[in-house]
Write a protein that binds this ligand. Structure first.
Ligand code: HEM
Length: 233
């Protein structure tokens, strides 16, 4: 008797299953922060906000950032497993192009979590904890919180397009024709993602300020990337 799970494909599937689990833990918290907690903070009193920031937010951020790390690691190990079997030509296929687009979006999101949101939130949490303990707020906390918000809104927008790519790679039959232009695709797709990421680091929330706006932005980005895939591949 042979166990499917102990085959090479089984190992790949096992990694994918873990990837779903960590991905849900990560993106679930991202949506909680953006769709639930922000609106609650906008209407609650300062004391409650400081209490939540010092006791609930650190717990939620723990699941959030480690979910991001493990989703990132399981995702890239699946790409490595497939690239080891089929070589670099994998990235000349429609699966490779679509999954790599999703992986770039997911990796930008992972970097935003670990290098923008988490360092900024540490300052915000320490400031709220100081206030709860009877001390002074850190005057730098508001600006750090504002930067974390732009990165978090950008991640929410990216997540919608990223999930489309994750699902589309194996399930949406995007054809690569003889006249497909991969170079043009990558120039335009990377240009678009880089511009939005630059805004996460330096710009403002713009249309992503409201929940409706950030969800709409995610759908518009997805439509833009999908059209690029259909026209260039
Ligand atoms: C951080 C960067 C990420 C990388 C590098 C990555 C990479 C991958 C890879 C290589 C696959 C396998 C696709 C296939 O076998 O056809 C996959 C599938 C998948 N990923 Fe990700 N992923 C990332 C983030 C995420 C996140 C945050 C989620 C959110 C839940 C997610 C959800 C999924 C789903 C649902 C599938 C299954 C698609 C299918 O089998 O049809 N991924 N991902």
């Amino acid at each position: 008797m042979s166990f499917a799970l102990f085959s090479q494909q089984g190992l790949y599937f096992f990694m994918k299953w873990l990837h779903f689990f960590f991905g849900i833990a990560w993106i679930g918290h991202l949506y909680y922060f953006n769709f639930v907690q922000g609106a609650f903070f906008a209407e609650t009193d300062a004391g409650t906000k400081n209490n939540v920031t010092s006791k609930l937010v650190p717990r939620a951020l723990w699941w959030f950032r480690w979910g991001a790390m493990l989703t990132f690691l399981t995702g890239w190990s699946m790409i490595e497993m497939r690239a080891r079997l089929s070589g670099w030509e994998l990235f000349m296929t429609s699966w490779g192009t679509v999954i790599l687009t999703g992986a770039i979006l997911g990796s930008l999101m992972w970097a935003n979590v670990w290098f923008v949101i988490w360092p900024a939130q540490k300052v915000v949490i320490a400031s709220a904890q100081a206030v709860v303990g009877g001390g002074q707020a850190n005057p730098a906390a508001a600006a750090r919180g504002a930067r974390a918000l732009v990165a978090s809104r950008t991640n929410t927008m990216f997540s919608i397009a990223m999930l489309f790519c994750m699902g589309a790679a194996a399930n949406l039959p995007i054809q690569m024709g003889p006249e497909s232009n991969l170079t043009l695709y990558w120039v335009l797709a990377v240009g678009l993602m880089a511009a939005l990421q630059a805004n996460a680091l330096l710009g403002k929330t713009g249309p992503m300020t409201t929940i409706r706006g950030v969800i709409s932005s995610g759908f518009v980005l997805t439509a833009g990337l999908y059209l690029l895939m259909e026209f260039c591949l």
